[in-house]
Write a protein that binds this ligand. Structure first.
Ligand SMILES: *Cc1c(COP(=O)(O)O)cnc(C)c1O
Length: 382
């Protein structure tokens, strides 16, 4: 096949990234600190409407540091969304804590607040020695979780919240950027995210102590002393000043990137809503603003005559990448022994859901090619 591949979500440079990368080279700031890192952190904090940001080597590293800073210890329990990418949950295990997985609500696909409260009460009732020490709530595919209810519950039981906004830079709940409601939020700039530094992440918070602590731990936890002295276990989790240059360029076009992703979603919706048995993850109300990082559809094979696998295969046949929805963590072999509070929602989503190509760099031609394959597949089967 020599037709150019259409990717699910590929890097999309804005044009000024190389200028900042060159600045790093010209000044020899080729290091995990420097002016690009500082400027990128300011730009992120400004954009998110939050006081502080620490640029790190990945979103995973940001979650790990957030858990350490919240004092999570071996044997503690940390509640997390089950319907997510494994990077949300892995850092819980790095700390020696036990993930407690919570299923989704149908209208946001994110953590079900009722199930969250049920789990908190249940963990407390029989598990007196151990206690839930933190909650990681994910804003998946860019869709804000019902963060208002989740914060209410978390505050009621006095449990700190970490928001995994790796997929949700530019997404808002009641006009406020997600990732800024809890104690701390995390972002990712992996190659497939809405903006990228090739690889990277950030921890954001209004609490200066948290961010200062993150910077300290991320640079090997060096005490203030003339020699190398350490009173804590440290990590090497800072972002390179070269990569922060890419991030600075990307921040100049973030608004355009959000617009383009939302345009993809509207395009798919307009063309596919007429088909019975196809539905979308859509903003469930005016409070929700999604960056639509990925456009995701559900196929009801009884109505469409087409399974998720059929459609994925038809797209792949034309060199177009698509991807099943995340397999919930409570169904993953590696987390099968973790306590889980489930209602069947995420399992159903996983069975019938597909992520469609959603890059901000898709052309009109790409989109119409994709739509041709989808409509052909649907028409042939009905
Ligand atoms: C990408 C992603 C992460 C991890 O980010 P990295 O920068 O790749 O480590 C965490 N959570 C979710 C939901 C993600 O999509």
């Amino acid at each position: 096949m020599n037709k150019k591949r259409i990717y699910l979500s590929s890097p999309h440079m804005g044009g000024t990234e190389l200028k900042y990368v060159n600045d790093a080279f010209n000044t020899n700031w080729v290091a995990p600190l420097g002016p690009n890192v500082d400027a990128f952190e300011h730009s992120l904090a400004d954009y998110c409407g939050i006081k502080h940001a620490a640029a790190l080597s990945s979103g995973t590293a940001a979650i790990h540091l957030a858990l350490i800073i919240l004092g999570i210890k071996p044997g503690d329990e940390v509640i997390a969304s089950s319907f997510t990418f494994s990077a949300t949950v892995n850092p819980i295990v790095y700390t020696g804590a036990i993930p407690v997985l919570i299923d989704s609500e149908p209208h946001t696909w994110n953590m079900d607040p009722d199930l969250l409260e049920k789990a908190i009460i249940d963990r407390r009732s029989w598990n007196s020695g151990r206690k839930v020490k933190a909650i990681i709530v994910v804003h998946l595919y860019g869709m804000p979780a019902n963060i208002e209810r989740i914060m209410e519950i978390a505050n009621k039981y006095e449990i700190p919240v970490i928001e995994d906004a790796a997929e949700a830079l530019g997404s808002k709940f009641r006009g406020t950027q997600v990732g800024t409601f809890g104690k701390a939020g995390i972002l990712s700039f992996n190659g497939n995210k809405i903006i990228t530094t090739s690889g990277g992440g950030a921890l954001i918070s209004n609490d200066k102590e948290i961010i200062d602590r993150a910077r300290f731990l991320a640079t090997q936890a060096r005490d203030k002393a003339p020699h190398y002295q350490h009173s804590h276990i440290g990590y090497n989790y800072r972002m390179s000043n070269v990569l922060a240059g890419i991030g600075l360029g990307q921040m100049e076009v973030i608004d355009e990137r959000v617009k383009a992703r939302r345009k993809n979603f509207l395009f798919y919706k307009e063309h596919l809503l007429k088909y019975k048995g196809i539905s979308f993850l859509e903003e469930p109300g005016k409070s929700y603003f999604s960056n639509y990082w990925l456009t995701t559809i559900l196929l009801d094979p009884a109505e469409t005559g087409v399974t998720r696998e059929d459609l994925q295969a038809a797209l792949e046949n034309e060199n177009i990448e698509s991807r099943p929805l995340w397999k919930p963590m409570h169904l993953q072999p590696v987390f099968s022994s973790c306590p889980a509070y489930v209602n069947g929602t995420s399992e159903e989503l996983f069975k019938n859901g597909l992520c469609l190509p959603s890059g901000s760099n898709l052309t009109d031609k790409d989109r119409s090619e994709i739509m041709d394959v989808i409509t052909k597949t649907l028409s042939n089967k009905v």
